[in-house]
Design a protein around this ligand. Structure first.
Ligand code: CA
Length: 159
């Protein structure tokens, strides 16, 4: 006798309630099967991660994941350049004492170890507060049920 059924699962429900990352989401999936014969099963599977970036931890909630945050415990800093205000930065580079051009001044200050080699600022880094990524996966398979007990099923899929 033909049998049909389905299963639904979800994971990472904590992502619905955390403050950071800001875009709440979770992982959901479904599996629908149809068994026209006792030893033949046709299955359609679908899975969606509604925000893949929620896997990144952000301890200080500045939006910059700990992996790329030089200061993961300070919400105001993510790079060394964040320690220098734009006003101070422009004042330094425009001072003719250090060089005739901004580039010369930067190279001189860099050679003295007074400025960071990486001049990127927090606002230029990847930020969880304004980024999200959804991932969907679908599949179809044909299987042969080998063992089937309550809460247990083993299916051979010859692919
Ligand atoms: Ca930080």
């Amino acid at each position: 006798m033909p049998v049909a059924g389905g299963e639904f699962f979800f994971n990472d429900m904590k992502e619905l309630f955390v403050e950071s990352p800001r875009k709440s989401a979770m992982l959901v999936g479904s599996r629908i099967f149809y068994r026209p014969l006792r030893f033949l099963e046709l299955v359609i599977t679908g899975v969606a991660d509604l925000n893949e970036y929620n896997a990144f931890k952000d301890r200080d909630s500045d939006g910059v994941p700990n992996l790329i945050d030089l200061y993961p415990r300070d919400k105001n800093l993510a790079t060394d350049m964040d320690k220098i205000s734009l006003t101070d930065w422009n004042h330094l580079l425009n001072d003719p004492f250090w060089g005739a051009t901004r580039e010369e001044a930067y190279q001189k200050l860099l050679s003295l170890g007074l400025v960071p080699a990486d001049t990127i600022r927090m606002e230029n880094l990847f930020n969880l507060n304004n980024q999200s990524s959804k991932m969907f996966a679908y599949g179809f398979d044909i299987g042969i049920p080998i063992a089937r007990k309550h809460n247990f099923k083993f299916v051979f899929t010859p692919i």
